[in-house]
Write a protein that binds this ligand. Sequence first.
Ligand SMILES: Cc1cc2nc3c(=O)[nH]c(=O)nc-3n(C[C@H](O)[C@H](O)[C@H](O)COP(=O)(O)OP(=O)(O)OC[C@H]3O[C@@H](n4cnc5c(N)ncnc54)[C@H](O)[C@@H]3O)c2cc1C
Length: 472
Amino acid sequence: MIVHWHRKDLRGVDNRALARAAQADRLVPVFVLDPTILEYASPVRVACLLEALADLRAWYRDRGSDLLVVRGNAREVIPSLAAERDAARVVWNEDYSGLAAERDEAVRAALEEEGIDHESVTDGLHHEPGSISPNEGDHYSVFSYFWKKWRDREKADPAPAPTTDELADLEDASESEANPIPSLSELGFDEPDADPPAVTRDAARERLETFCSDAIYRYADERDVPAAGTTSRLSTHLKWGTIGPREVYVETERALEDAPDEDARESVVAFRRQLAFREFYVHLLAFNPETVTEDFSGYESDLEWRNDPDELAAWRAGETGYPIVDAGMRQLRSEGWVHNRVRMLVASFLTKDLLVDWREGYDWYRHYLADHETSSDVAGWQWAASTGADAQPYFRVFNPTKQGREYDPDAAYIREHVPELEDVPADRIHEWPDLDTEERAELAPDYPEPIVDHANRREEAIATFEDARDEG
Ligand SMILES: Cc1cc2nc3c(=O)[nH]c(=O)nc-3n(C[C@H](O)[C@H](O)[C@H](O)COP(=O)(O)OP(=O)(O)OC[C@H]3O[C@@H](n4cnc5c(N)ncnc54)[C@H](O)[C@@H]3O)c2cc1C
């Protein structure tokens, strides 16, 4: 018997550790609700997790088995469950984020003390950290080099799902193992503000197939337009593992074969490039775990963040008086997801216009994003703050008004998330920070005045970064 420890791989299909173990012996699948990990979770993410767990348990039950869901510290639960069941081995898929790596080391040590074998494999990525690297060094810090190698490297096929015969019959599961999956409140979490789309296998497959048969061909042209809805919205599924990376890649191969013309083919490749970005950031974090809290590439002296609490509060509430920024911040609260162009914009606004430390923004995102991945989230923030690897240069500060005009010309996205502006014409919305107070009061009395002047703040931000560069 082999225990498969599910973590961020909440699926039976295209699951590498599960498939390998199933070929060797009967499988006992388990998930541990570990309080030391839940401490860092948030209502929206725990809600997603519980939904995905219920779905996975149903998948196993349909196949005459079960998913054991145990509450407790994984360092104790995994070795004792394996010992009780006389398991020959415990297997899992690697998780390269800092907290997980520490936990896994402790579980490995505890298993070794019990004399139980263990094995972990790479599953959530096509290529494990260290396998795409320059001649000297273990990882790239510049994406374009990483991308060239990632793009050309062969990709594995999806891993087969275990058959019914390969799964253990778990009628003997103890009461604590086969308990109903706890509710949010039983785990001590409030109901989330957001109501994200379902985090289940069916939802993931449907999204993937729909995207790859249509929108993928427009992705290159429209991916920066938030109202177009052209991006895949697979991030939450990739985060929880309700979809496997190899499954996604295979669909892009089909899309390439069916592409009507060269533009459509290039668009598929543009989508793959974003998949590679996700892996680039996992590699970066795996080799630079301290960058969860520290700047990736610091300046000569510390950046003098302004960190004004009222400005930070206005940003969090989506009440900065910059319509596209506010739309993004409100989308975050209502959907647990934000369009990528808008993530970049709101992050730039916080770290440049407001000169608030990127760690504040990261913490807020971490709490509200259903798709929060430490690697992409930290990298996204550090990119915007010009402290990251291959980051936005500090002197390129997004102009939120211009960005709104360019990427949301009809203000459809803004109006969807900022109801106070529902009846305001698009050109007025885009001019909002430059209108006079009376005009604003007449057009949308409930929508805030701009809290800062972008042009001034841009100058101040550049000066602050230059000071940090020159001093020391
Ligand atoms: C400040 C900031 C924070 C971010 N935080 C996260 C996060 O916590 N989790 C997360 O998955 N992404 C994060 N991103 C990256 C990106 O915004 C999201 O992956 C993307 O918006 C998800 O939507 P989608 O699935 O429709 O993407 P698509 O455009 O359809 O892309 C497909 C997949 O590629 C990956 N991807 C796309 N863009 C990026 C990118 N810029 N960086 C890394 N991976 C990418 C994602 O896995 C995504 O699901 C962040 C970006 C910024 C600027």
